[in-house]
Design a protein. Structure first.
Length: 245
């Protein structure tokens, strides 16, 4: 058995543009059925495991939704913006629901893995300064990386403004002296760019390739989304209880 919940609350929570008042009207028009029985009232309590249909089409109940997006350049990680396209505008209609937001941000010109969810608890756990969820980035630099970068990132560095960064893992590409991988355990403003600026270099391309232990699906084209299955949700919140070294 699932959770007991009012019909209007359940339906409204799963459909982005539907209110509880709308659900009441659906019942009056005999559009909603529970386990094959048309419902005349919207305030009845149903089980989340019940078969609920609207105009014969099943509404599959999910307490929360988790979406992996491959964010393209020029798109902002915001619920709304007066000028630029937001990540929410790229979410397909069948994945949209109330309360959806980006759990963490990428700069407008940074691409890659953005998590969209309506699960505030998971988001808080991931973004809390006490957590240190690792985030992996592919970086392309203006000048070749240097051998001492690995040690400098590992010991933690102080960037502009006197901000102290946690230790990070740097790995230079053996095939390309301009490309590298960086793993951070925090999320300061423009942190990757500021860290390389501290080293006298400049980031010319930045892509987030993983959150926690969950990598960005390589098949996702820029702007595309993929719903994350329950078995992979825990991989998102892989947390180091102490600063990783």
């Amino acid at each position: 058995m699932g959770e007991k919940i009012r019909l209007d609350r359940l339906v409204a929570s799963q459909l982005p543009d539907v209110s509880r008042a709308d659900v009441k009207k659906m019942c009056l028009k005999k559009r909603l059925a529970v386990n094959g029985k048309l419902m005349a009232r919207s305030d009845v309590r149903v089980d989340t495991d019940d078969e609920i249909t609207l105009d014969g089409k099943r509404i599959e109940y999910k307490k929360h939704i988790y979406i992996m997006m491959n964010k393209p350049q020029g798109v902002v990680c915001s619920t709304k913006d007066g000028e630029s396209t937001t990540v929410l505008e790229l979410v397909p209609e069948n994945m949209r629901r109330k309360g959806l937001f980006p759990a963490g941000r990428l700069d407008k010109d940074t691409v890659g893995f953005v998590l969209l969810t309506d699960d505030g608890e998971l988001s808080h756990r991931m973004l809390s300064p006490k957590s240190h969820v690792p985030k992996t980035y592919h970086v392309r630099l203006e000048r070749p990386w240097e051998e001492n970068y690995k040690q400098l990132f590992a010991q933690g560095m102080t960037i502009d403004g006197g901000e102290k960064c946690l230790p990070a893992e740097f790995e230079g590409s053996p095939e390309n002296e301009l490309e590298c991988t960086l793993v951070l355990h925090e999320g300061k403003y423009h942190q990757v760019k500021r860290m390389f600026t501290k080293l006298g270099n400049k980031v010319v391309f930045l892509k987030r390739t993983a959150i926690g232990e969950l990598p960005l699906d390589e098949k996702l084209a820029p702007g595309e989304c993929l719903e994350i299955m329950h078995k992979d949700v825990e991989r998102l919140s892989t947390i180091c209880e102490m600063p990783c070294k």
